[in-house]
Ligand binder design. Structure first.
Ligand code: NAP
Length: 248
């Protein structure tokens, strides 16, 4: 059993899907959890209530991850409330698909801003705290489509590939301060984002995997919780797939 008692965690995109499951699991393992949301205030409050019901502390914070000012403000508020931050998990993300010959510059930029710059903003805002206290756990959420490239997802694949480079470089910048930085690369996971895919795309994703099934949010959150714990203190700069063998 992973024990996160005494740890303070921020989970971006904690209101729904994979992020909500991560936030609830970190809370069940004893961490105080700052649940970030952008638009889904009610969902974020449900996650907070579940964490409190499990006996830990949690608060919901609105912040658009693509805004560095929002990220700084949220991290500052968490520090004021609980004294510090030990764990940052960046799960906020979106897609806006289209083939390259039809993708608008706006479509490109929006996904880069949320998925890539949003990840940078929260790592950048927590890094000084981690460096100062010589402890920190960075866990980013990329995608197998950031490793392999996906039809119709030049923006998303570029953003998620960028997240991998960012995570590895952060591991190098912060390593001597005993801060670890790792990325989790899910395959097809049943969340609202996963469900929104056309049925034939979903079937293709399931058939690609050697386990022939879709993943569940907890398949991802179990690994995130391990990487966020003291037990993973000698693992850094890694990208670990959770994809049922979809991309081997
Ligand atoms: P989801 O169910 O669509 O949830 C997306 C989450 O991101 C929501 O909590 C949403 O918050 C938040 N978010 C979006 N834009 C935001 C912004 N500008 N600022 C702050 N939060 C924002 O997605 P999911 O399936 O859980 O995906 C979570 C992560 O896993 C993403 O990074 C995604 O790319 C990655 N992933 C998912 C799959 C999959 O198959 N599901 C596969 C590989 C990777 P609000 O609702 O509050 O706005």
């Amino acid at each position: 059993m992973i024990d996160l008692t005494g740890k303070v965690a921020i989970v971006t995109g904690g209101s729904r899907g994979i992020g909500a499951d991560i936030a609830r699991l970190l809370g069940r393992q004893g961490a105080k959890v700052a649940v970030n949301y952008n638009k889904s205030a009610d969902k974020a409050e449900e996650v907070v209530a579940a964490i409190k019901a499990a006996g830990s502390d949690a608060l919901a914070f609105q912040a658009d991850v693509s805004s560095f000012a929002d990220a700084e403000k949220m991290v500052e508020k968490v520090k004021e409330t609980w004294g510090t931050v030990h764990i940052i998990v960046t799960s906020a993300g979106m897609n806006w698909d289209g083939v390259i010959w039809k993708m608008s510059p706006e479509q490109w930029q929006k996904v880069i801003d949320v998925d890539l710059t949003g990840t940078f903003n929260f790592i950048r805002a927590t890094a000084p705290i981690f460096r100062e206290q010589k402890y920190g756990r960075i866990v980013t959420i990329t995608s197998i489509n950031g490793l392999r490239g996906k039809f119709g997802q030049t923006n998303y694949s570029a953003a998620k590939g960028g997240v991998i480079g960012l995570t590895k470089a952060a591991a190098k910048d912060l390593g001597k301060y005993l801060v670890t930085s790792n990325s989790v690369a899910p395959g097809f996971i049943l969340t609202e984002m996963g469900e929104a895919m056309p049925d034939d795309f979903k079937q293709v994703a399931i058939n690609e995997g050697v386990l022939k099934k879709a993943g569940k949010p907890e398949d991802v959150s179990n690994l995130v919780a391990f990487l966020a714990s003291d037990a993973a203190g000698h693992i850094t700069g890694e990208v670990i797939k959770v994809d049922g063998g979809q991309y081997i």
